[in-house]
Write a protein that binds this ligand. Structure first.
Ligand code: MV4
Length: 502
């Protein structure tokens, strides 16, 4: 096993990886930008090195600097986390050339799955279902029309270098085709420096369901169930869960086989995720393979009783998987909420700032994967996601109730977060019913953003403010600075009214 690992990342995922290393007795090296000097990941690591200015391009994306720190610190392996350099095949290659183990798949696997046309071709060869469509499409409007009519409208034009929604255009009818093709190509050229596109049948009202795979260097692979990730906004997932409300044991087995075939198609080694779209009649189509650890990995860890980060590190060190496929039995249900410093009422405008006080939620079935601390200033330069709350229960109902309790308990003073919005989604009747699809937030926009839905929270806030004020008054009357322990009658009234929606 490695003695020392460098974590080429920041925030909650760097903290998560440091924890896995500590559990394994592996020492850790953090890297940080100028604005992250006092960040949680820096404090938790055994060693930390500055790698440059706030701008990610000059720090967390600076390959030369990161490799230089790896050399100086004596680290043997590098974990990229997610985002930043995690799916950069050149980085994986440079790590290996410099004599470090890259904790992730080979550069060749990353490249193969990063090219969406190539990935599609490999899936077809491997017998994994894909949405009907083309290979690389280099024709003009007339040829596009022929293809689209063969496929049937609506179609979607996607960037070969894309993923995550960039360079995508949905085309409802023939008259939009030419403009959409031009737009998709130019957006793709601007974003990726490559205007290769392909065309697929557009799946309407799909669910996003993905499968976690782990493959070791001895050729053993396991699928650790699916995650339902349909609750998204602008291609950012908000809430994820496992099991999916629509996947039964037999479908899970089939999906697992498809995901392992997808992984084998690019000689995948490590932890990976195979994303599928599920259409309204229950058919699954391969969408993409993510060649990294994912944000939402904890729900799988809770329900399958595994540690995905530990497995990644073991696999990278040449060890065998700790689990076999027949041990992958789901136990209960887990849900994850992504907590962001964003204001949902201001179109999810990022609201970074200084965290004045923190009360992390705990208690039965709750896991907090965050990177927050009192006095910590959330930098404006990176993702507004500051942590994740994961609730595990014996079934979906218990997991959702625990999540609601944890979100109510959680306090992050000094910054605006999306927590009240997450609670509105969790309590929405369509969400409770498991009636999910990728357009959920848009479809239920009025319910989730209306004055009325926010009024409930306003009443609770008002009651809490009155309570705090009342405490202060009684404390100063007694000449002490401590809060009174007795719960204010105002708060109780405010709470019960708020819960009734009155
Ligand atoms: C699709 C699709 C419907 N049909 N492909 C979005 C991001 C990129 N990974 C691919 N995406 C989609 N591909 C076909 N053939 C719908 C989407 C899509 C989507 C997928 C998952 C989650 C949210 C989404 C939001 C809009 C569109």
């Amino acid at each position: 096993m490695f003695k020392k690992i460098l974590i080429a990342n920041r925030g909650e995922i760097a903290v998560r990886i440091i924890r896995a290393c500590s559990d394994m007795g592996v020492r850790t090296v953090a890297v940080y930008s100028e604005v992250d000097r006092d960040a949680p990941h820096v404090r938790l690591a055994d060693q930390a090195f500055a790698i440059g200015p706030a701008q990610a391009a000059e720090s967390y994306l600076n390959i030369d600097k990161i490799l230089a720190v790896a050399e100086t610190s004596g680290a043997e392996a590098i974990h990229p986390g997610y985002g930043f350099l995690a799916e950069n095949a050149d980085f994986a290659e440079r790590c290996v050339e410099a004599g470090f183990v890259f904790i992730g798949p080979s550069a060749a696997s990353i490249r193969a799955m990063g090219d969406k046309v190539e990935a599609r071709r490999r899936m077809i060869d491997a017998g994994v279902p894909v949405s009907p469509g083309t290979g690389e499409f280099s024709g003009g409007a007339a040829e596009a029309l022929l293809e689209a009519e063969k496929i049937g409208f609506p179609v979607i034009i996607k960037a070969a270098a894309g993923g995550g929604g960039k360079g995508m255009r949905v085309v409802e009818s023939a008259d939009e085709l030419e403009t959409s093709l031009e737009r998709a190509r130019s957006e793709s050229r601007a974003s990726f420096g490559d205007d290769t596109v392909y065309i697929e049948k557009f799946i309407t009202r799909p669910r996003h369901i993905e499968v976690q795979v782990l493959v070791d260097g001895q050729g053993h692979g396991i699928a650790a169930g699916e995650r339902e990730c349909s609750i998204q906004r602008r291609h950012q997932k908000l809430i994820e869960e496992t099991p999916s409300p629509v996947v039964d044991a037999d479908t899970r087995r089939r999906l697992g086989e498809m995901a392992l075939a997808a992984a084998a198609s690019c000689d995948y080694v490590g932890a990976g995720t195979v994303e599928f779209l599920r259409d309204a009649d229950g058919s699954f189509y391969f969408m993409e393979m993510n060649t990294r650890l994912q944000v939402e990995h904890p729900v799988t860890e809770e329900v399958y009783g595994i540690d995905i980060v530990v497995e990644q590190i073991r696999i990278a060190a040449g060890e065998k998987l700790s689990y076999s496929q027949d041990q992958m039995i789901p136990r209960g249900h887990a849900v994850e909420c992504r907590i962001t410093a964003e204001d949902p009422s201001q179109n999810f405008m990022p609201c970074p700032g200084r965290i004045e006080a923190v009360r992390v939620a705990t208690g039965p079935g709750i896991r907090d994967d965050s990177a927050v601390a009192p006095g910590y200033e959330i930098p404006v330069h990176y993702d507004p996601m500051i942590g994740k709350l994961i609730a595990h229960g014996k079934d979906r109902d218990q997991a959702l109730r625990r999540m609601d309790r944890a979100l109510a308990e959680y306090r992050l003073d000094g910054i605006t977060t999306n927590m009240p919005f997450l609670r509105r989604v969790l309590r929405h009747e369509a969400f409770v019913a498991g009636d999910l699809h990728t357009g959920f937030i848009d479809e239920h926009h009025d319910d989730l953003f209306s004055e009325r839905s926010r009024r409930v929270e306003d009443i609770a806030l008002l009651a809490a403010a009155i309570h705090a004020h009342h405490c202060k008054l009684s404390a100063s009357a007694r000449g002490s600075g401590t809060h009174t322990q007795k719960k204010s009658r105002w708060l109780e009234v405010g709470r019960s009214r708020a819960l009734r929606g009155g």
